[in-house]
Write a protein that binds this ligand. Sequence first.
Ligand code: FE
Length: 199
Amino acid sequence: MADSTNTAERLSPAVRAEALESLLAERGLVKSEVLDGFINRFVHDVGPMNGAKVVAKAWTDAEYRAQLLADGTGAIGQLGFAGPQGEHIVVVENSDDVHNVVVCTLCSCYPWPVLGLPPEWYKDPAYRSRMVREPRTLLSEMGLDLDDDVEVRVWDSSAENRYLVLPQRPEGTEDLSEEELASLVTRDAMVGVAKVGSD
Ligand code: FE
């Protein structure tokens, strides 16, 4: 989505989708609960599972990790994940010294091919302003307490760049397969509001 899109145009698809859903439900063609389930699945599972596969591969394949950090879009595309809002994905890596977190201060730019649709809180004006102004406080409120000596880097997504956080691989996971590792990686960790294995 271009950041210059005006509000009416941005709201339009949501309003249209709602109208369509009402019509389909009214005609008995689809149950609202089924649709809610489908959307939830897309938001929580299908989308973020792609990103989780990217992260798990980066954790287990040093060459891929280097490619991913040098050219996010290209390396992610190698795994078959591409499409709208995924044209310019920049991957930023967490370490013991640096914690990255992603926000879109203007609207809700988000790397769809690897994370699916953004959660409501990501679009919330409070998240968008506070993550820039007081990231440590907000992260702490969201359940992530960072040590004072960890540098917090806040990345502002835009039409030019969408960011994906490469979280740290948790300790004690040396024996896990790539697939098992992927199952540990959460959407929130890839936005940078959580760590993997800290739940
Ligand atoms: Fe945006």
